[in-house]
Ligand binder design. Structure first.
Ligand SMILES: Nc1ncnc2c1ncn2[C@@H]1O[C@H](COP(=O)(O)OP(=O)(O)OP(=O)(O)O)[C@@H](O)[C@H]1O
Ligand SMILES: [Mg+2]
Length: 250
């Protein structure tokens, strides 16, 4: 199983959009995929299920009250499953920091579901215990970000967290790359942003432009591929997916 954490502690950079479309894109290519919603906001969860209908979610996993396989639900495609979250997960943050086991909950739980080809983890917008759990459990980190000044400011914090987890807990962790999302036509990417960013990370050649198809697909509770196959963003996420698969084969 290849586990990819989709992380950026800044809010609204495209983590959820990228996680769910990456997971669905892999499922559509016949990879057995598990989407793990590590964010108590439960945005990924809400796309695939009605959170009110679930009696168990990742909060129970963090309470050691259940196994991962007991909370996983099917998600719209025969190859896609979801480990849902809810607001209850937020309460686990203060409870679990008191335990030495805290950073390892997800890594240990994933051992039981290693029959999946991929696990994609949608991280919360913070460097909380949930992001730490995700990075500890992952082979790769994927960083979605908007090509803007404020997006860059937070990158150092993330970079440091990744380095210390790599050094102390998970030496295998690698940065897969940064994906530029919500790209506006007037942004001067090549002259200004890319030279700064590429000092820190590999930047994916494919970028995701800003467009209504994304917001509409969220409202329709679908991946962008299922919502509008011909939209520009659907094609861009498709290209990005091919690039990810090529990168993983290297
Ligand atoms: N390519 C895009 N074009 C237009 N809107 C987009 C695009 N990508 C994401 N958005 C919108 O930007 C907002 C933030 O996206 P998303 O929820 O994926 O970010 P996030 O990093 O998961 O946010 P959070 O930090 O709150 O979890 C959403 O309203 C989403 O619909
Ligand atoms: Mg999100």
């Amino acid at each position: 199983m290849i586990t990819i954490a989709v992380a950026n502690q800044k809010g609204g950079e495209g983590k959820t959009t990228t996680s769910l479309n990456l997971a669905m894109g892999l499922a559509r290519r016949n990879y057995k995929t598990l989407l793990i919603d590590m964010d108590p906001q439960a945005n990924s969860t809400g796309i695939f299920v009605n959170p009110d209908t679930l009696d168990k979610d990742l909060a129970q996993l963090f309470q050691s009250a259940t196994k991962l396989s007991d909370i996983i639900v099917p998600a719209y495609n025969e190859n896609l499953w979801l480990a849902p979250s809810s607001m209850r997960l937020a309460e686990m943050e203060t409870i679990s920091v008191n335990s030495v086991e805290a950073p390892y909950v997800l890594r240990d739980a994933l051992q039981e579901v290693s029959h999946f080809d991929f696990a994609i983890i949608d991280c919360p917008p913070s460097l909380s215990i949930f992001t730490v759990n995700s990075l500890v459990a992952s082979n790769y980190v994927l960083i979605p970000l908007q090509a803007e000044k404020f997006s860059m400011d937070g990158i150092m914090g993330l970079q440091q967290t990744i380095s210390s987890i790599k050094k102390r807990i998970n030496p295998e962790l690698e940065i897969l790359g940064a994906l530029i999302t919500q790209l506006k036509p007037q942004t001067l990417l090549t002259k200004t942003i890319l030279p700064v960013l590429s000092k820190y990370f590999k930047i994916f050649e494919h970028t995701i432009s800003d467009g209504v198809a994304i917001g509409e697909s969220h409202l329709a509770k679908k991946s962008v591929f299922d919502y509008n196959r011909t939209s520009r963003q659907s094609q861009e996420y498709e290209g990005f997916l091919e690039e990810v698969l090529r990168e993983l084969k290297k």
